[in-house]
Design a protein around this ligand. Sequence first.
Ligand SMILES: *Cc1c(COP(=O)(O)O)cnc(C)c1O
Length: 440
Amino acid sequence: MLMNRRKFLGLTGASALVATCTPSAALGQSLLNRPQETFAAMLKNMQGLPQQKNMLLGYPINMTAPPEEFFAWRKELFAVGLNQFSFNNVGNPYAHSHVPFNSHLFERELINRFGAVYGFSPDNIWGFLSNSGTDSNMHGLYMGRTLLKSQTGVIPKIYFTREAHYSIQILTDLLNLEWVVVSTARDGSMDIDDLERQLKANANHPALVVATIGTTFKGAVDSIEGIQAKLKGRTAYLHLDAALFGGYLPHTQFATELLHEISDEGTGGKVKRYDSIAVSCHKFFGFPAPAGLFITTRANFETFLTQFGKIHDPDYILQIPGTITCSRDAVKPAEFYFFSSEAAFSKQAADAKSMLDNTTYLLKEMMAHYSYLQPVRANHQSNTIYFRKPSDTVVNRYSLAAMGIEVDRKRVPYAHVVVMPHANKKILDRFLTDLGKKEG
Ligand SMILES: *Cc1c(COP(=O)(O)O)cnc(C)c1O
């Protein structure tokens, strides 16, 4: 027997609920009936943002808008329906999907291209475009945990330093892993001797190691070779968190830093340097919204998938997706594909060069005029300068990140500037002038 909603509510004595359960009643009249001016004022508040954007110096975000060709590409994507109706990249971009409303072809192509940039061999690449650097880290750690547990029957312990990004701490908790804290050297990179000690102290567990290539505050780089030397003979998985540096290092003199494989001088064969890598798309590349690259080997993925398929019933979408998140954005992979062309790569090379040159300039000027702020650049790969926290006015004007750093066992307030492509000499000169002003 069919029954309409009113009758059902009447029968259950719940008709009084009808009056209070409509969405507008639940929202409350005051929320819905705001005067139109309120929204105009909200928009007006945001109007100055395009003019202010290049003043952002404290966070690793490229505030330069992508070139016109990017917006033309968006229009082409719009014309085939993207951003007009629902597309969904659920599933493995490398597998056949029986629902055609996705951008898997672009996703696969861009992962293959970036995989080549990071030196993965062409027939041994797997990955996808994630929601963010954190999301990519999550997939790396989950893959590492799954592979190590299936190889040994034991849940691994995770190794990283306190200079690693806070997302790694969150993910450690989420994945219910035990954190083995590795101490840092003076420059903020992983102390390899301490890693060796910690590995020995935890010999009964496989090791899931996170190397940060560009730590968030100091811009330090953990040594992949140093870590691999200590992992010899251990069941281990090495994930690289290269959220920021991963974008630009491949286009600099430090390109070999992130290569997935190198030739072994002794045997002439190839040696794998890491298992997976995470890079943010909105940091160096200047993609207009958060997204991330996650890249690993096909071999890792296939082993992972076997385990993954045991935990999850894949019947519903006719494949085992191999991603933690089910529905995935289709618009972003199609759009980010723009950043994997030859022209885009040469733009990235030019941006990388000017960024590192400008970092050198900023350090030199700060040393010359404000050496009392004790500015530090951790290494030549880094586009970050950290220094004693200046006035709140300067911190606020340039949205500087500020935090306490341990110096001689005391926490001292520090701030940093991350020299991104929009931070040109003109902006940096303004910042340098403001540093010298007497302000509260
Ligand atoms: C920014 C950053 C992250 C987090 O990336 P999101 O894309 O913001 O999620 C992780 N690790 C490092 C080293 C970072 O700099």
